[in-house]
Design a protein around this ligand. Structure first.
Ligand SMILES: C[S@@+](CC[C@H](N)C(=O)[O-])C[C@H]1O[C@@H](n2cnc3c(N)ncnc32)[C@H](O)[C@@H]1O
Length: 270
């Protein structure tokens, strides 16, 4: 069983739903676990004043704007996304007259830039959604100058841990989600191999364990969505859904909720 991945191209959704996804990126980015991951990703790229940098799969532009602040007035930052709706949203968040930053619509497998154009690139939570990741990694290398840097962030849904009394049900929901929903959920563990196979020199690999213990983390929304989708696709019954969610809610209320997911950052050189 498979379902369409909304992140593969949000333009296939209604304008309203695409805008909701864009807002979701910004809402998530404001949460502590996401802020920490984004900060680590930026540190892995280490942007320098005056550089030309690319943010591939820029979405709402949340990281693109941070890059622009770091390269300063002499630099150039381009946010690229396959989705016009995402880019429209990103442009609305960008201050008027911000000359360093621009957005372009393109597929990551076919970038509208000459060979060797950029000093560096970021790609956050995008590679898992593209149908041909190797083509994207090769294209990123083409537009990088010799020695150009790449920093990639991806989660690995196969590493999700949830403290729940119903082990079999928990495993069923999470395994189905990992194998079925929203792209290649094992991208995190595949990043190093894929970068090497695309000819990148891997400089550093970092693992982040994102821990959720309350409503203010991204985990809870994701788990609720997993359960809803599993129900809609007949993987669990309505009774199982309600019992699973009720226990998560009870654990939250009692302050004993715990969930985690591993995310990986790979820093590489062309
Ligand atoms: C989950 S969002 C990540 C947004 C942002 N990088 C972040 O970390 O918050 C994935 C983004 O990748 C874009 N995308 C998916 N496939 C793409 C492709 N083949 N080329 C360029 N962008 C793509 C989607 O439109 C979406 O905006």
């Amino acid at each position: 069983m498979s379902r369409e991945n909304p992140w593969a191209n949000p333009d296939r959704l209604s304008a309203e739903d695409a805008r909701t996804l864009a807002r979701l990126i910004d809402e998530r980015a404001a949460r502590p676990d996401q802020r920490q991951a984004h900060a680590a990703l930026l540190a892995a790229l280490a942007p320098q004043a005056g550089e030309r940098l690319l943010d591939l799969g820029c979405g709402s532009g949340v990281l693109t704007r941070k890059l622009a602040a770091q390269v300063g007035p002499g630099g150039e930052v381009v946010g690229v996304d396959i989705s016009r709706a995402m880019l429209d949203y990103a442009r609305q968040q960008t201050p008027v007259g911000h000359l360093v930053l621009r957005y372009e619509q393109a597929d990551g497998a076919s970038l509208p830039f000459p060979d060797g154009y950029f000093h560096g690139a970021l790609m956050a939570r995008t590679l898992m959604h593209v149908p041909e990741p190797q083509a994207v990694l090769a294209e990123l290398r083409r537009v990088m100058m010799p020695g150009g840097r790449l920093a990639i962030l991806e989660a690995d849904w196969g590493t999700v841990a949830v403290d729940h009394s119903q082990r079999e049900l928990t495993r069923r929901i999470l395994a189905w989600r990992t194998d079925t929903v929203d792209g290649n959920n094992w991208m995190g563990r595949q990043l190093v191999r894929r970068c090497l196979q695309a000819g990148w020199q891997v400089r550093a690999v970092q693992g982040l364990v994102s821990i959720g213990r309350d409503e203010g983390t991204t985990h809870l929304g994701s788990l609720r969505r997993c359960a809803t989708l599993a129900l809609e696709h007949g993987v669990i019954t309505p009774a199982e859904h309600d019992a699973w969610i009720a226990e998560l809610d009870e654990r939250l209320a009692a302050g004993i909720f715990f969930a985690s997911i591993n995310e990986y950052i790979v820093a590489a050189t062309a």
